[in-house]
Ligand binder design. Structure first.
Ligand code: NCD
Length: 337
């Protein structure tokens, strides 16, 4: 894949070598993301960060990643703050905003909308989530995290055993993650959801067609006894017709310390794209896991900055020049990483 000047819309664009490229550049970003060094390689460049659905970490980490490379960020959030509320088309919005930005990151509730926008954009567009369809940068940061966690346990990605739990029908992060896992061989994938919220059949079929062992279940406990990764997800309430409908599924699968201790192998890595729903009636990933060293959720969010920095550097073709303008930081940074 040619990153330079290209869009990042779907995980299907990536081959294994491309993943290795992204992860190699992400590793190089560590001193900058970890506030040891400062670079100005994107000095003067502008990111148009357009988020038409709620977002905390994806929106802010795209912005921080761009800032950490020395670039500037212009943000649009919510339809009501944009001329889309006056009936402007995605085509016109894309033509206009691509005149103001060097790269655009976009989230939108309609599946396919970010690709439609990209087709009219004059600059590269990165998909920050298009409805229930895809969330490619999340899948990349998830796999980057999985690789680090497994390496720390003396293992690689081969023969990985992963469980995905929750709303697998509407969860775009698990759709993209499954597509990414199709690039690897010999995996065991356990899909745990209410029957009505099962993984789309075409994705299950594709996982099987590349030789992965796939098991679908609506029972949490028996399905997490022999996995390396337990990846929990939130019921995607915004995709349901009503809150009452979402309520039927919330709280159905609760991973907490007691279930973990009783059923998981020691050292099973716990992941979640976040936000987790911490309200009493949901709690798919309980706060009582917060002190569990295998809880990788905040390592995922930290890794998101590295991966998004890597994508910007590759798309804007500066990956080899990041160190050129670099210096040490001159403020107190503490030891948070
Ligand atoms: C996810 C999303 O927006 O798809 N969040 C994120 O970007 N980390 C998951 C979710 O909202 O449940």
């Amino acid at each position: 894949m040619n990153f330079s000047g290209g869009h990042i819309l779907s995980i299907s664009q990536f081959e294994r070598a491309d993943i290795e490229t992204v992860f190699r550049v992400a590793d190089m970003m560590q001193p900058y993301a970890h506030r040891q060094r400062v670079t100005h390689v994107l000095d003067g460049a502008i990111l148009g960060n357009m988020f038409f659905e709620p977002s905390t970490r994806t929106r802010v980490s795209f912005g921080c990643a761009f800032n950490l490379l020395g670039g500037h960020v212009r943000e649009t959030t919510g339809f009501e703050q944009s001329a889309i509320a006056k009936g402007e088309s995605l085509f016109d919005t894309a033509r206009v905003l691509s005149g103001y930005s060097d790269v655009i990151a976009m989230r939108h509730p309609e599946p396919g909308s970010v690709s439609e926008f990209a087709a009219a954009s004059r600059v590269p567009v990165i998909n920050g989530g298009d409805g229930s369809n895809e969330h490619p940068t999340q899948a990349l940061l998830d796999l980057y995290t999985i690789q680090k966690e497994m390496t720390g346990r003396g293992r690689g990605l081969d023969q990985l055993r992963i469980a995905m739990i929750g709303d697998l029908k509407y969860g775009r992060t698990v759709h993209s993650l499954c597509k990414l896992l199709m690039l690897f061989r010999g995996l065991s994938v356990s899909l745990i959801s209410p029957r009505e919220l099962a993984m789309p059949p075409d994705i299950v079929e594709e996982l099987r067609s590349v030789g992965h062992q796939v098991r679908e279940s609506d029972q949490l406990e028996e399905s997490i006894t022999a996995v390396d990764i337990a990846y929990s997800t939130r019921i995607q309430e915004e995709r349901f017709g009503s809150q009452e409908e979402a309520d039927m599924y919330r709280g159905r699968f609760r991973l907490n310390q007691s279930i973990y201790t009783s059923y998981c192998e020691p050292n099973t890595v716990i992941m979640h794209p976040l936000p987790r729903d911490s309200r009493e009636h949901a709690r798919e990933l309980d706060d009582d896991l917060n002190d569990n060293p295998n809880l990788a959720i905040f390592r995922q969010t930290d890794n998101g900055v590295l991966v998004r920095m890597a994508l910007f550097a590759l798309v804007l073709d500066v990956a080899d020049r990041v160190d050129e303008s670099a210096r040490d930081v001159n403020w107190y940074t503490g030891s948070r990483f």
